[in-house]
Design a binder for this molecule. Structure first.
Ligand SMILES: [Zn+2]
Length: 354
């Protein structure tokens, strides 16, 4: 049971003043103009000039958010990223495009949440805004890279995390919420974001990175020990792969409760139940490690149903692979079909459309 009550809220729109806060300091004029196209009431904003225009555009963004009818039974995009770097590829997002993804989502009224927020139905967003879950798979240095500067470790501004933190500085409400589905011991530097001087990353920095992510508010997720394709292995090896991924996270952040697991390549083990729960006994120590996840991430698919919907299945979470224009296309489709989750700004009520 859940304490929130369900009621229709078609007529309830966001108070303008509340939504103004969202863009009070840093939304660009361009972004406001684009947001304004969502709302017929504010299209005049784009032709205004000077301070009046700047002031009015804040109202435009607020109006755009306020004009969105709450729908907390709508779908939530769970995005999937791997490499973030110099080039666009099937498993890579060019970093300029990555930043544009953040800007596109922001302008369209999306704000990041962790998967645990969805699982626990704690999507606490102002009225008119929508949640988006980012997932980053495989723990490459391209996601989180350090640079040594004057004896200090600094997050490389060209890594995904660096881009994210820079974006957040100028975009109020863009929090440190994203899910990192990590490998502690895979090849080619996919070991807690780098090792052995691959991309200049030292092995000694690995735990520190995982700790820093958790301390900043990001969510840690298991992705096996070294990315084993689970349908190729025995039940025992499947459980060992998953449990040792978990053990490594626990070594970095003792006591951290990992709630999510990402299937390598989206491939289920022969015994599907082992993706959710299982155990493995370390032959060296005799210690048994158990796991029991609340969410299992698959690979390609469509935005997931609301956690309030009976069709929400956290043990089969489809993700949107962000490549080319796939993100814009998915957001367009959610708007066109009216399937988009839109918050009502009221934590006590689940808004849904009649
Ligand atoms: Zn992977």
């Amino acid at each position: 049971m859940h304490p929130r009550t369900v009621s229709s809220s078609t007529a309830r729109l966001a108070p303008l003043a509340a939504a103004v806060v969202l863009c009070s300091t840093s939304c660009t004029r361009e972004s406001h103009a684009r947001v304004a196209t969502d709302s017929a009431r504010v299209t005049t904003v784009t032709t205004a000039a000077g301070d009046v225009a700047a002031d009015t555009t804040h109202h435009a963004a607020a109006a755009a958010a306020g004009a969105r009818v709450p729908n907390e039974m709508g779908r939530i995009p769970v995005l999937m990223y791997h490499l973030v770097g110099d080039h666009e590829s099937s498993w890579g997002r060019e970093r300029g495009n990555f930043r544009r993804d953040l800007a596109l989502l922001y302008e369209r009224g999306y704000r990041p949440v962790n998967m645990v927020d969805v699982l626990d139905r704690k999507i606490d967003l102002p009225a008119g805004l929508s949640p988006v879950v980012f997932t980053f798979d495989d723990a490459s240095p391209s996601q989180f890279r350090y640079i040594e500067r004057d004896g200090q470790l600094v997050i490389d501004s060209s890594s995904a995390l660096g881009i994210w933190l820079d974006f957040a500085k100028s975009h109020p409400g863009w929090g440190n919420k994203a899910v990192f589905c990590m490998l502690p011991a895979a090849a080619a530097g996919h070991a807690f974001f780098g090792e052995k001087n691959i991309e200049g990353q030292k092995s000694a920095w690995r735990f520190r990175k995982v700790q820093q992510l958790a301390a900043m508010g990001f969510e840690l997720c298991d992705h096996t020990l070294w990315h084993a394709q689970l349908n190729k292995y025995s039940d025992a090896v499947v459980q060992e792969q998953i449990a040792r991924g978990l053990m490594a996270i626990d070594s970095a952040v003792p006591g951290y409760r990992v709630r999510s697991f990402a299937l390598p390549l989206g491939i289920w083990p022969k015994n599907r139940a082992l993706a959710k729960s299982g155990s493995w006994t370390d032959p060296k120590t005799g210690k048994t490690v158990r796991y029991d996840f609340d969410a299992v991430f698959e690979v390609s698919g469509y935005p997931v149903p609301s956690p309030y919907s009976p069709s929400f299945n956290p043990l089969s979470v489809q993700r949107v692979k962000v490549t080319g224009n796939s993100l814009a296309n998915v957001l367009d489709r959610l708007d066109r079909t009216g399937e988009r989750y839109i918050s009502d700004g009221n934590a006590a009520v689940v808004a849904h459309r009649q």
